[in-house]
Design a protein around this ligand. Sequence first.
Ligand code: LLP
Length: 423
Amino acid sequence: MTDIRSAYTDSISFFGPLEPAALAEQYGTPLYVYNESILRQRCSELKNLCKVPGFGVNYSVKANSNPALLAIVREEGLVVDAMSPGELHMDLLAGYKEEDILYISNNISAAEMRNAIDHHLVVSVDSLSQLDMYGSFNPGGSVMIRLNPGIGAGHHKKVITAGKETKFGILPEDLPAVQSLLEKHHLTLAGVNQHIGSCFMEPDGYIKACSVLLSLIDGMPESMRSHINIIDFGGGFGIPYHKYEGEARLDLAALGSGLDEILFAWKEKTGYTGRFLIEPGRYIVAECSVLLGTVEAVKNNGERRYAGTDLGFNVLQRPVMYGSFHDVEIYGKDKNASRAEMPQTISGNICESGDILAKDRLLPEMHEGDIVGILDAGAYGFSMSSSYNTRFMPAEVLITKDGEARLIRRRQTYEDLTAALVR
Ligand code: LLP
């Protein structure tokens, strides 16, 4: 390859027989490019994480809900969650059956709750108030509760979702109140779930939180726990975003054996025959996508050199929202064989000075017309994008396992921008 900087994607043959610059030319930028083989590989790694009978993977579609990708995830044998009517709609479009969709809710309206019940979904509620609502809509039904085990984890305080500092889950001290509400509405407790936070890179905290959840179940009265047949430990499995620094991967072997150890023992002790689920989003989809953009303008503002691109935070919000790091590649044949490396800041085209994708990165000198690739963009990339500054939302292309490019979402048009207006 003669791309300017593409060692990582070359090493895994991300683009297969296709050239990123040619994809950018054909479909335009910004463009999310996905690789089917990598997506399948991540699904299978997690499906094989544990040996304990009943183990399964519940893909959390908030990370990426494109139905073309969901259909692949379904073929790989993963079930899915939904936390909004829109996500449920995408799950169904991808061919998921209602029995393979868990509704993991947070502060939902009465209409949403009824929608989930009308679809016969197993619903997890995460407050006493919503449990009461569920019971009044579906007396005699089965419900799950989301517990807050008191231990949080994650790459940023905005994504830590357990412990007393968060809005999520029912605290253990409220379990007696849960029991009263179950009795009041003649509900069966079908399962429990938790989610401690997003992007952990060490297995220990997750394993510990699993033990805590199991001991919370142990502490429930027999009448409350006897029908539990889904225990969902949540997601949060991290990926190495610092590819060019050789960041280590999450040790799945250690995580899997650590989980197996406690799950086999607990099964043995309790005679449990139900399902054990994990609920990852990022791990499944982050690494199967590279976001392509174009360098439109280069300038020096004082000491700092800016490469201005079409990748505003409307396209990829993570760097602005969490200060997240994504590695950068630069594509296109290098006519100017030796490009000096220098610190450069990659910015977008949004009218805010915070619109920075990567700050002071040591990269080969960028020029107008270069194509940049933002690695690991598949999770919380498109799904958090917007049409801020009234820009079109990006297109998405899938490189199939046969090495062909397939458009799975076209770029928005003026018609899309105005479709919901009432005039
Ligand atoms: N289950 C529940 C209930 C969740 O709230 C989440 C993520 C997941 C599962 C999946 O977590 P994952 O395996 O993807 O870490 N936008 C942020 C991440 C927010 C995560 C929100 N909840 C980011 O870009 O880093």
